[in-house]
Design a protein around this ligand. Structure first.
Ligand SMILES: Cc1cc2nc3c(=O)[nH]c(=O)nc-3n(C[C@H](O)[C@H](O)[C@H](O)COP(=O)(O)OP(=O)(O)OC[C@H]3O[C@@H](n4cnc5c(N)ncnc54)[C@H](O)[C@@H]3O)c2cc1C
Length: 596
C-alpha cells in the first residue's frame, strides 16, 4: 500500500490533531471532543482567586471613561496589574511568571477584557504576542535574560510585523537585517501601528535576511530582539484611534540599528513561521477576551432591559428585546464553549490547533460585535450617549475583527488549511487537477476508490452515530451527524469543481469556513452541555438554562450552515464579482436618482 493510500485509509479522528481539521473529513475526533475539558478543582481555585484579585483591582483603579477621554493608560495601572502577576501569565514560575496553562490564561484574559479593551490590548500585545516568540523559540540564555523582567512588568514587550506596505501580506515586509559578518546585524526599516510602541523596552522585530542556497541568494524572514535604547530606534506620534484609545499604537523606526547575533530569536530564515505561531496563540486569548466583553455587555443590557419601563412594562418583557438578550447569551455560551474546548485540548496535547484558534478569533470577534450592537439597541438613546459605556465598548471592540489576522484572511486560512487533507486524498484519486499516479494503476486505485465511495456514502447518509450526548440532545446530535456528512461532501465537491484554483476562489472558501465554524459551535456546545448535565453538583436551574441555550444555538447554527451549504451550488459569486468590479472601476455607486 502506498503511503498516500495509507493516509486515506487511516482514521483521522484517532490523531491528536485538530478537531476542526477532522470535521473536513466528515469525522469527529471523539477523544478530543468528549468529555468536555472542565476546569479541575485546582484550575478552578487558581482562576477564581486570580480573577477575584483582578476584579477587585479593576473596580478600584480602572476608570475606562477617563482613560478613553485622555487616551492614556496610567503607569500605576500597568504597575498594579504587574504586581498581580498579569504580565507573566504563561512565563514559567522559575523565571518569575505564574506558569498558567492555556485555560486559566484565557479565563483571566476574559476577566481583564471584560473591564477594559485598552488594558486587555496592552497586556495581550505584551504577552500573547510581544514576547511569545521568546517563550516559543528563545534559547536558555535569552529566556533567562529577558523573561523575569517581562514577567514582572519591569519591561513591556511589543510585536513588530506590520509595515506601511505589508498588512495582511506579511511576507512582503521590507525591513532588512543585514549580516555585518562580525557577530552583528544592521536593521533598517519601519513598522506601523505597533501596540505598546514607545512604551515597550523589548521588541520582537521581523525582518528580511539574505540566505545563500545552491549559489543563489534569496530573502527570508527572521526574528530579532530589539531593545528600545539601541541607537537608531525611534517612534512616531501616538496614533489617535477610534477605540482602545488608551493603548499605545505607534510607528517604530529602525535606522541602522546594530543588533548582536545573540538577539536572533529562533532559527534564521524561519521568522515567518515564528510570527504565524505567535499569532496563533494570540488569537486564542483574543477569542477569550471577546467572551469577557460579551459578559460585560450582557450584564449591562439585561440590567437596563429589566429596569427600563415603556408602555407600562419592563422592556425585558417585549419579544424583540427578549430575542436580543437570548441571542447575546447564546453567542457568549457558544464562543466560551469553543474557546475552552480548544484550550482544554491544547492542554490534553493537541498540537495542531491553528484552525481552532482562528475559528475562536473570527467567531468570537463577530459574536462580540453583534452582542454590543444588540446591547446598544436595547439601551437605545442611553446607549448612544457618552455618559454610558456602550459606545466606548462598541468603538473598543471593532478592532478585534481587524488585528491578529483580519477575519477575511482567517476565513481563507481556515478553509484552505482544512481542505488540504481531503485535497491530497482527491489528488490520489485523480479527482482534481493534478492527475495522480493512482489513476495510472487501476488495480492499485480500486481499493482507494472503494474506500472513497464508502466514505462518501457514509457522509451522504450521515451515518456517524454520536452516542455520547445527553439524551435530550440526541436529536441535535443526529442532525449534526447529517450536517457533518453534507459538509465533507461539500468540501469534496468544491475541490473537484475548483481543483487547485480553489486558492483563488475566496467566496467558496468563505462559505466553507462559515460552515465549519457552525459545526464547531454545535460540537463544542453539545459536548459542554452534556458534561454539565452529567454533573451532579450543577443545579437544575442552571442545567435547564444551558440546555435551552444549546438547543437554540444548535438550531440557529444549523440554519446558517444550511444556507451556506445551499450557496455552495446555487450562488451569485460571478455576479457579485462583476458588481464589485464595476463599483471599484467607477469609484463608487455610480448612480444618481436625478439622472435616470
Ligand atoms: C489598533 C491596531 C493595533 C495593531 N497592533 C499591531 C501590532 O502590535 N503589531 C503588528 O505587527 N501589527 C499591528 N497592527 C496591524 C494589524 O495587524 C493590521 O492592521 C492587519 O494585519 C491588517 O492589515 P492592513 O490594516 O494593512 O489591511 P490590508 O491588509 O490592507 O487589508 C485591507 C482589507 O483587505 C482585506 N484583504 C487583504 N488581503 C486579502 C485577501 N487576500 N483576501 C481577502 N481579503 C483581503 C483585509 O481583510 C481588509 O479587509 C495593528 C493595527 C491596529 C489598527
Amino acid at each position: 500500500m502506498s503511503t498516500k493510500e495509507a493516509k486515506i485509509k487511516e482514521d483521522k479522528s484517532d490523531e491528536m490533531n485538530s478537531v476542526v481539521g477532522s470535521l473536513f473529513y466528515g469525522q469527529i475526533n471523539k477523544s478530543l471532543t468528549f468529555p468536555f475539558p472542565q476546569f479541575t478543582s485546582e484550575q478552578k481555585e487558581i482562576a477564581r482567586e486570580m480573577s477575584n484579585a483582578v476584579s477587585a483591582f479593576a473596580k478600584d483603579n480602572i476608570n475606562s471613561e477617563k482613560m478613553d477621554i485622555e487616551s492614556h493608560l496610567p503607569k500605576e495601572i500597568i504597575e498594579g496589574l504587574a504586581s498581580l502577576g498579569l504580565c507573566g501569565l504563561a512565563v514559567p514560575e522559575e523565571l518569575g511568571g505564574l506558569g498558567l496553562d492555556y485555560s486559566i490564561y484565557c479565563r483571566l484574559f476574559a476577566e481583564i477584557a471584560g473591564y477594559d479593551g485598552s488594558v486587555a490590548t496592552m497586556l495581550g500585545a505584551h504577552q500573547s504576542i510581544g514576547y511569545r516568540a521568546l517563550i516559543n523559540e528563545g534559547n536558555e540564555e535569552q529566556k533567562k535574560k529577558w523573561l523575569p523582567k517581562l514577567a514582572s512588568g519591569e519591561v513591556i514587550a511589543a510585536f513588530c510585523l506590520t509595515e506601511p506596505a505589508s498588512g495582511s501580506d506579511a511576507y512582503s515586509i521590507k525591513t532588512k537585517a543585514v549580516d555585518n559578518k562580525n557577530g552583528t546585524y544592521t536593521i533598517t526599516g519601519q513598522k506601523l501601528w505597533i501596540t505598546n510602541g514607545g512604551l515597550a523596552g523589548f521588541y520582537s522585530v521581523f525582518c528580511k535576511t539574505e540566505h545563500e542556497e545552491n549559489g543563489k541568494i534569496s530573502e527570508k524572514i527572521s526574528c530579532f530582539i530589539v531593545e528600545k535604547d539601541m541607537p537608531g530606534v525611534s517612534f512616531g506620534e501616538k496614533e489617535s484611534k477610534m477605540g482602545i484609545r488608551a493603548s499605545e499604537t505607534r510607528a517604530v523606526y529602525f535606522d541602522k540599528v546594530i543588533v548582536p547575533k545573540e538577539n536572533i530569536l529562533g532559527e534564521l530564515g524561519k521568522g515567518f513561521k515564528i510570527a504565524m505561531n505567535v499569532l496563533n496563540s494570540g488569537r486564542l486569548s483574543l477569542g477569550a477576551g471577546c467572551v469577557g466583553g460579551m459578559k460585560t455587555v450582557l450584564a449591562l443590557a439585561s440590567e437596563h432591559a429589566k429596569n427600563r419601563k415603556q408602555f407600562g412594562k419592563s422592556i425585558a418583557e417585549f419579544g424583540l428585546v427578549q430575542e436580543k438578550l437570548a441571542k447575546m447569551a447564546a453567542l457568549t455560551y457558544a464562543t466560551e464553549s469553543m474557546v475552552y474546548l480548544s484550550t482544554g485540548n491544547m492542554i490534553r496535547g493537541m498540537n495542531d490547533y491553528y484552525m481552532e484558534t482562528a475559528v475562536c478569533k473570527v467567531y468570537g470577534s463577530e459574536a462580540l460585535w453583534n452582542v454590543i450592537d444588540m446591547g446598544m439597541q436595547i439601551a437605545a438613546g442611553n446607549g448612544y450617549m457618552k455618559e454610558y459605556p456602550y459606545e466606548r465598548i462598541m468603538r473598543d471592540t471593532r478592532i478585534n475583527l481587524i488585528f491578529e489576522g483580519t477575519n477575511e484572511i482567517l476565513r481563507a486560512l481556515i478553509a484552505l488549511s482544512g481542505v488540504r487533507g481531503p485535497s491530497e486524498d482527491l489528488k490520489e484519486l485523480g479527482k482534481i487537477s493534478e492527475v495522480s499516479s493512482a489513476l495510472s494503476d487501476p488495480i492499485k486505485s480500486l481499493g482507494v476508490y472503494t474506500k472513497f465511495a464508502r466514505k462518501r456514502l457514509n457522509n451522504m447518509t450521515g451515518s456517524q452515530k454520536i452516542d455520547w450526548v445527553h439524551p435530550e440532545l440526541q436529536d441535535q446530535a443526529d442532525k449534526f451527524a447529517s450536517m457533518l456528512g453534507k459538509f465533507a461532501i461539500a468540501v469534496e465537491d468544491t475541490l473537484i469543481k475548483y481543483g487547485k484554483n480553489i486558492i483563488d476562489n475566496e467566496m467558496p472558501q468563505g462559505r466553507i469556513a462559515n460552515m465549519v465554524m457552525e459545526l464547531y459551535v454545535i460540537l463544542a456546545t453539545i459536548s459542554r452541555t452534556t458534561t454539565i448535565m452529567n454533573d451532579a453538583s450543577v443545579s437544575t436551574e442552571k442545567k435547564d438554562y444551558v440546555m435551552k441555550m444549546t438547543k437554540y444555538i444548535c438550531k440557529t447554527a444549523r440554519q446558517k450552515f444550511m444556507q451556506e451549504n445551499k450557496m455552495m451550488t446555487k450562488n451569485y459569486d460571478k455576479t457579485i464579482a462583476k458588481i464589485s468590479d464595476i463599483v471599484a472601476n467607477q469609484g463608487g455607486y455610480g448612480l444618481d436618482i436625478i439622472d435616470f
